[in-house]
Design a binder for this molecule. Structure first.
Ligand SMILES: Cc1ncc(COP(=O)(O)O)c(C=O)c1O
Ligand SMILES: N[C@@H](CCOP(=O)(O)O)C(=O)O
Length: 536
């Protein structure tokens, strides 16, 4: 979108003591409540998902107040505890939605993105091993790790490590303690604009690089770190991006000292997004095409060169992203909301949410799943069109320019995953015009939220479903905010400048130009205050 900001020429411009040691799954006993004892370091056949503070070395320096030894950092500490852990959980790649007869599978240490038939892959966990622990066990384990700095559980993703990458050594993990993002009650927005009392925004954009992509990228880059230590041929990690995947990839790679290569569609992402990989030292290619063109190129390149593919075609990413769903349940004290609304582009995230909710139900943490809504920009709406055809026909589209630039995607790689997630959650797909999404963003911002345009797309879906009565006033509804509004400030500048062609910008709030003298300022303020009533 062209920038027209004449109005803005000035300054607008555990150390947790092992709470749950020694589940007795070796003899198949279902472990309902954590026993009160502390883990024994001599027990070689036990698994301690939550490391204790007990030192395995009696000659070690005495613990600091924090429980860490005097010369230890948090990684050292995790390493010391690792000797007492015997991991019994595992995961592997299988063809996505494979039938019960399929025997095709791959170790997560293999470099593979597609099944033999060319279809998508999925990370399949050993659910039977996880089921040896009941829902109460998992709920309490996950709850016990929130708000700590214990490596790696201080991360909202790695606090669910057993369900994410159970076999990775904590020493290989690359984490910025992502996740644990704010789920906030949109009280005024809900009441004023939608007559709702139980509307929530899951702020995944309040994150290390400003979007939900951090959740998946910590997992992918950690696995790459492991692969490189295993001497697998991975010289660098690459992605095509509309700006958020590239930001996350470059940051996590930079933290681990791994080269990153990003393919960006020239002039189609925000300045804030563009500068992120540049600043993080990625090799940035600005390519004269759109995202779908970049995606095609990176797929070709990664099949020729030892560059590991970091887009969500790679199912590892979704293992991290699914933790946002688990987190939502956790934040509601394991109560299930009625609706979760997610903006969709390449369509990995809607499946990740489905998978997170599904695992919680399957493993007994909750008894049902929410209904999912995926919302697209009308200018890039292939999933919406497929839904409207009764799921009969999917056709890629040429994505047109949208203020929701991170979802300007016409040929989503995870279309099959998205259709599966929506069909199995009694889901709905909606779309939003440019005016709808920008108005929704402006209204939400006016209640103090400051969302990105993609979240405006999700809110537009909510508005439509409320107006049609599909979502009821009392339904507990979560809108997933996928990126930080500050990454997309130019779209807000354009809107509040009222300079967007063919858009009324009904909720614009342009600044008032005023002379630098007391009288002029007083005149303007009196006029402004005359319209307000005192609120006693
Ligand atoms: C900010 C933002 N919101 C939503 C999405 C859509 O996520 P997905 O591609 O997983 O559908 C993306 C990326 O595509 C994004 O960057
Ligand atoms: N919005 C994404 C598009 C690519 O999605 P991915 O999840 O497949 O990496 C981005 O920011 O690049």
């Amino acid at each position: 979108m062209a920038s027209s900001c004449s109005l803005f020429h000035s300054s607008l411009s555990s150390k947790s003591k092992s709470k749950f040691p020694l589940p007795r799954h070796q003899n198949n006993t279902k472990f309902n409540r954590p026993p009160p004892t502390v883990i024994s370091c001599t027990s070689s056949s036990t698994y301690d998902p939550c490391p204790s503070t007990t030192s395995s070395n009696s000659n070690s320096p005495s613990p600091l107040k924090s429980g860490r030894l005097a010369d230890e950092n948090i990684r050292d500490e995790a390493r010391r505890h690792r000797s007492i852990a015997n991991n019994t959980f595992s995961a592997k790649y299988v063809p996505f939605n494979a039938g019960p007869d399929s025997t095709e599978s791959y170790s997560l240490d293999e470099i593979v993105y597609r099944s033999l038939s060319g279809g998508l892959l999925d990370v399949q966990h050993d659910i039977e091993a996880l089921k040896k622990f009941d829902g109460a066990y998992w709920r309490e384990l996950f709850d016990s790790r929130v708000g700590k700095t214990t490596w790696p559980y201080g991360s909202g993703v790695w606090s669910k490590k057993e369900w994410v990458l159970p076999e990775i050594d904590p020493d290989d993990i690359v984490s910025a303690f992502e996740g644990n993002s704010n789920l906030f009650w949109a009280e005024r927005y809900g009441k004023q604009f939608l007559g709702m009392n139980d509307l929530w925004v899951k702020h995944c954009g309040i994150s290390h690089t400003g979007s939900f992509k951090d959740l998946g990228m910590t997992v992918l880059v950690s696995q790459v770190n492991r692969l490189r230590k295993l001497k697998r041929p991975v010289v660098g990690v690459g992605c095509a991006s509309t700006g958020d995947t590239s930001a996350a990839l470059s940051a996590y790679c930079a933290a681990a000292g791994i080269p990153s290569i990003v393919f960006l569609p020239a002039n189609k992402i925000s300045i804030a997004q563009l500068i992120q990989p540049i600043a993080n030292g990625a090799f940035v290619l600005s390519i004269d095409t759109d995202f779908d063109g970049c995606m095609k190129l990176i797929r070709e390149v990664t099949s020729e060169l030892p560059i590991y593919l970091a887009n969500s075609l790679n199912s590892l990413r979704l293992e991290g992203q699914k933790t946002a769903a688990i987190e939502i349940l956790q934040q509601f004290d394991w109560e299930v909301p009625d609706w979760v609304i997610v903006p969709g582009g390449n369509l990995g995230n809607i499946y990740a949410f489905y998978k997170g909710f599904k695992m919680c139900q399957e493993l007994g943490l909750v008894d049902r799943e929410p209904r999912l809504v995926c919302s697209q920009a009308a200018n890039a709406n292939p999933l919406y069109l497929c839904y409207k055809s009764g799921w009969i026909q999917f056709k890629a589209v040429k994505a047109n320019t949208t203020f929701a630039s991170a979802i300007q995607i016409g040929d989503p790689v995870s279309i099959d995953r998205a259709v599966y997630a929506l069909k199995n959650s009694n889901g709905i797909v909606e779309e939003a015009t440019e005016e709808e999404l920008m108005d929704a963003m402006a209204q939400a911002d006016s209640t103090g939220i400051f969302i990105c345009p993609h979240t405006g797309v999700a809110l537009s879906a909510l508005i439509k479903l409320r107006n049609s009565g599909v979502i009821a006033a009392g339904d507990r509804t979560v809108v997933v905010s996928t990126a930080h509004g500050l990454k997309f400030s130019q779209s807000k500048v354009d809107y509040h400048s009222k300079k967007i062609p063919d858009m009324a910008c009904r909720f614009a709030n342009p600044p008032v130009q005023v002379k630098a003298d007391f009288g002029s300022v007083m005149d303007v303020l009196k006029k402004y205050m005359g319209n307000k009533t005192p609120n006693h």
